[in-house]
Design a protein around this ligand. Sequence first.
Ligand code: C2O
Length: 548
Amino acid sequence: GITRHYKFDIKLQNVTRLCHTKSMVTVNGQFPGPRIVAREGDRLLIKVANHVQSNISIHWHGIRQLQTGWADGPAYVTQCPIQTNQSYVYNFTIVGQRGTLFWHAHISWLRASVYGPIIILPKRGVPYPFAKPDKEVPIVFGEWWNVDPEAVIRQALQTGGGPNVSDAYTINGLPGPLYNCSNRDTFRLKVKPGKTYLLRLVNAALNDELFFSIANHTLTVVEADAVYVKPFETNTVLIAPGQTTNVLLKTKAHFPNATFFMTARPYVTGLGTFDNSTVAAILEYETLNSAALSIRKLPLFKPVLPPLNDTSFATNFTNNLRSLASAQFPANVPQKVDRRLFFTVGLGTNPCQNNQTCQGPNGTMFSASVNNISFALPTTALLQSHFFGQSSGVYSPDFPISPLIPFNYTGNPPNNTMVSNGTKLLVLPFNTSVELVMQDTSILGAESHPLHLHGFNFFVVGQGFGNFDQNKDPANFNLVDPVERNTMGIPSGGWVAIRFLADNPGVWFMHCHLEIHTSWGLRMAWLVLDGKLPNQKLLPPPADLPKC
Ligand code: C2O
């Protein structure tokens, strides 16, 4: 591989959407941010210079960061944030990965405006395991707030209530014509008949799992989270925050005398508050003799998206995702397990801690937890504390390995309100083979929890609804061709079983990629110890690692 250099200048930029102009934190003044393009095996040196008043850190979501945990990015986990007028060079090599990932700010809610795609091409001369597309196009979903999202989360945490929802979803930063005052801000994908396009879908939205569809066109899913999958056709893609999906779009053989909406809107299983608005982009066919004017007059077709609560669509879609499990791309599913773990994940409440009345359920504060621990970020970075042997007062290595009070997790009403705050790590010796069942507790939430694991891919060996049954469910685990990914939705009122090999030393964050759930504490961290061989150890920290 080669070394590629990028410069990210964090600076304010005025951006207008929906007739509202606001100053927001961006990379190089761009919204969404610049794309990173590299090949498998390349080394990346990305200098992030902070020219704004807020602290910042950037996460390279889905990059394994083998031995380079210092470059992973979550603030107060692997690094102290980069302060005003400071800079930090993220230095890492892409090992054994190719496909679509993304980068985003990993501090407070700054990723609302600080994100962009990462495109990893195969090594030179290595083809895709599918026919070469004629063109590749990133399709990045996001959200737009007319106000400052930092104020939204600040207020939610102070009052204990839920945050205001965004004003629009976006495709490549643009809300599209179904919103007021947004006609101009529409992403147009111009295509030619009879060609194949590789769409690189990224869900960078803060708080919503999305359905995506293109009217009158079928999509072929070929990759999820930068791992190839067995190709399958679908009209609609389901994609959670933190997930990426590559699909092939075959255009019609002849000029269709029509244009087509590409739309996305949320999948929400229950009756919680949600925003049912729809972002639209336009798929436009070009021919030699069609002037732009006549295209505008063509009929415009809209896709039919599944209903907001279509659980069976969601279940089928996720079941269709399978690893290639071929000779060239084997699925290295751990066949033996060293450590069986069970985590409850979900929303709950904490007693009101302010003098004023809290705006959570029954005057409480919303909280969220893993095994009843609502994870509190320290004021220094966990990885540094570990590496320099200064964990005292920062974290404790006693993450509870079974829920404190087992109960009927999916019962109604549930009774899991015994949440406490803490900074507890789960320690694993190098190369531990882990099987982890994550059980949603269905307490208050209506949505799936897209759980994201830093530093690893995992195999999704099983999933189901209701309470996980250790005596019955493991018999149905798929240990042959389960999908391998870094973010997986734990269904509302259900569970997911994953396996991974802890072959990457460092401190690795795991959290719900719905930003509000992370803020409420649905997060935890693993400490994977060094192995014996030199290539099994965390490298020393770079000299410019930010200080707190
Ligand atoms: Cu994309 Cu810790 O997140």
